[in-house]
Design a protein around this ligand. Sequence first.
Ligand SMILES: Cc1cc2nc3c(=O)[nH]c(=O)nc-3n(C[C@H](O)[C@H](O)[C@H](O)COP(=O)(O)OP(=O)(O)OC[C@H]3O[C@@H](n4cnc5c(N)ncnc54)[C@H](O)[C@@H]3O)c2cc1C
Length: 262
Amino acid sequence: MKKRRIDLSKFSSIKIGPVTDLIVLEKGDKPPCEHTLIGCASNILFAPDLPALMMLGKDFDYIQKRGGELIVGAATPTGKLLSFCKRHDLGGFEYLTGLPGTVGGMVAMNAGIGSYETFDNLIEIVTDKGVFAKRKIPHDYRFAKLPGIVFEAVFKVESGFDTTLAASFSAMRKKQPKEPSAGSIFKNPPGDYAGRLIEATGLKGFRAGDMAWSGLHANFLVNLGNGTFKDALALIEKAHSRVIDHFGIELELEIKIIKNEG
Ligand SMILES: Cc1cc2nc3c(=O)[nH]c(=O)nc-3n(C[C@H](O)[C@H](O)[C@H](O)COP(=O)(O)OP(=O)(O)OC[C@H]3O[C@@H](n4cnc5c(N)ncnc54)[C@H](O)[C@@H]3O)c2cc1C
């Protein structure tokens, strides 16, 4: 098994985290069970003190077309999958426009936007525990109960990349904050928007140190320079309790917080 030293304050999309050594799994490696898996850390807030981490290596970065199916390695960047679909005029992944991550991360999070989500065109996943058809995997909005580490995902594809649809996602992305973030911090509660609720409690633009609830989108926590885990967590806890106080709604975290529990 290979090791890699990584600076999470550069690697993670929100630019917070220590320098750490992690294990890189390639084909044939047996995953060590006590390690926490990360993709490309676009939905993770890292604490200064972390458990042992692992990630998938280059062996899991590939895309193959087999009839109406795409077989995609879990370390494949979402942007690469989107480009592949554009290049080969394939439809069904336009919603990945501006959605960072790896294919493993997008399956684990059931990532998506609006009415589009990863499980829509998923057929099955290959994991360290075997092959699982979509119907065997409990999933919901930004949630999937995975049986293990995703090595590969098989999706159905249609012909015809919809450039108009992709352009509409691109326009949507232009309205999102440009500063480093981990995307939406909370899931939208049924029938409402976490951003609307946070804004209504007066926290839009609210700052702690170099972290702030974005003035552009109140559900995005942005790093304005040297943001810390402590300030990020304080803002998350503040928004969580204010939304309970104002609306009686308990927002559920969408991002993953990784910290050493031991
Ligand atoms: C600017 C910005 C915009 C975003 N917009 C959206 C959006 O519109 N919609 C949306 O849904 N998300 C959005 N996100 C969040 C993020 O892009 C997705 O959640 C993405 O799918 C995470 O992929 P990742 O590889 O970075 O996973 P990570 O953040 O590294 O990990 C997330 C979770 O996935 C698990 N995981 C990763 N790889 C695997 C694997 N191979 N097998 C099993 N589990 C795995 C990890 O253990 C972790 O629990 C946004 C993020 C940013 C920074």
